[in-house]
Design a protein around this ligand. Structure first.
Ligand code: SAM
Ligand code: DTB
Ligand code: SF4
Length: 335
């Protein structure tokens, strides 16, 4: 069995990433089968609970206030509306519900209290509840944990070296500090990045290196293909080829064998065969529903067909070793 290592060097990761692509896929598929049920794919749903008007300058993001995009600003949704959405997501087969807010950071105010209510509500439905709300202090992470938060998403997005080209309003260490606060609060960590933002291969390798050499690997690693949005500085970036997604996913799978590797943004521009290559390379989760946060995502009906054609089965909530560590309510198991 491949051992779980946190001492990968950039050279080792580079060698894996640059290996002949079919060998790379074969190795990743083997590692995947050694550690996970390769037929299982987790279906997650995203909901933007607070949209647009964000003070940050992330070059890829349609929700940054300073860019002129078609995103309509919306204040925090009412708790009941969010819970209705979560119920619908559960009924359509999702086992993880992720709430995103276009905030730079969490503030200790009434909106945060409402988010804590949302977390409590979704957790009591037996779904893994995840949030992505920007930077967090350790106290805020503990409050979320207490409310029943299972996972927190906070992406590194790119390498430390390329970071300044993409975001100037916070730095890489801020990102790492939040991940540490999440980890210390015993919340499951979800962190990955985006490809197709003009980065070089060495930046992708650098980002994977940072993730794989954290004291503990993130339990979840989203790999997003940039969705170029009109009005953002990255609006004209060319589409990434599926082989680049395959290299990223396969390398992540080999160096972090037990992580859920999420084929996240960018699926609308991939056909079934391309997505199949990503599952073969070790991806084992998708976001379902016709919208990600603000951009389109494949149709639920098409995704159901894809599961049938590829003989995939949706993974249950709270499954695997991580769930024992992060479980909130034992009665939710097997619901
Ligand atoms: N504001 C919070 C933050 O930045 O941490 C949470 C929401 S933010 C939209 C969550 C993640 O979505 C970002 O870190 C980025 O990786 C991803 N994302 C945003 N816009 C994207 C785009 N156009 N294409 C691909 N991924 C995107
Ligand atoms: C992640 O890595 N990808 C998701 C989730 N984490 C929050 C978000 C993708 C957002 C794509 C752009 C949008 O829809 O606004
Ligand atoms: Fe704001 Fe998050 Fe978008 Fe950056 S990625 S502009 S922090 S919503």
């Amino acid at each position: 069995m491949d051992e779980i290592r946190n001492d990968w060097t950039k050279e080792e990761i580079s060698e894996i990433y640059h290996s002949p692509v079919l060998d790379l896929m074969y190795r990743a598929a083997t590692v995947h089968r050694n550690h996970n049920d390769a037929q299982e794919v987790q279906v997650c749903t995203l909901l933007s609970v607070k949209t647009g008007g964000c003070p940050e300058d992330c070059a890829y993001c349609p929700q940054a206030a300073r860019y002129h995009t078609e995103v309509k600003v919306h204040k925090l949704l009412p708790v009941a509306e969010v819970l209705d959405n979560a119920k619908a997501a559960k009924e359509s087969g999702s086992t993880r519900f992720c709430m995103g807010a276009a905030w730079r950071e969490v503030r200790d105010n009434r909106d945060f209290d409402s988010v804590l209510e949302m977390v409590k509500g979704v957790n009591s439905m037996g779904m893994e509840v995840c949030c992505t709300l920007g930077m967090l202090t350790e106290e805020q992470a503990l409050k979320l944990k207490e409310a029943g938060l299972y996972a927190y998403n906070h992406n590194l997005d790119t390498s430390e070296e390329h970071y300044d080209e993409i975001i100037s309003t916070r730095d890489y260490d801020d990102r790492l500090d939040t991940l540490e606060n999440v980890r210390n609060a015993k919340i499951s960590v979800c962190s990955g990045g985006i490809i197709g933002m003009g980065e070089q291969h060495k930046d992708r390798i650098g980002m994977l290196h940072t993730l794989a050499t954290l004291p503990e690997h993130p339990e979840s690693v989203p790999v997003n293909a940039l969705v170029p949005v009109e009005g953002t500085p990255l609006e004209d970036q060319p589409r990434v080829s599926v082989w680049e997604m395959v290299r990223m996913i396969a390398t992540a799978r080999i160096i972090m064998p037990k992580a859920m590797v999420r084929l996240s943004a960018g699926r609308v521009r991939m056909d079934l065969e391309e997505q199949a290559l990503c599952f073969m390379a070790g991806a084992n989760s998708i976001f379902a529903g016709d919208k990600l946060l603000t951009t389109p995502n494949p149709d639920t009906v098409e995704d159901k067909e894809m599961f049938q054609v590829l003989n995939l089965k949706p993974r249950k909530a709270y499954k695997g070793e991580a769930s024992v560590k992060f479980q909130q309510i034992p009665s939710a198991i097997d619901q």
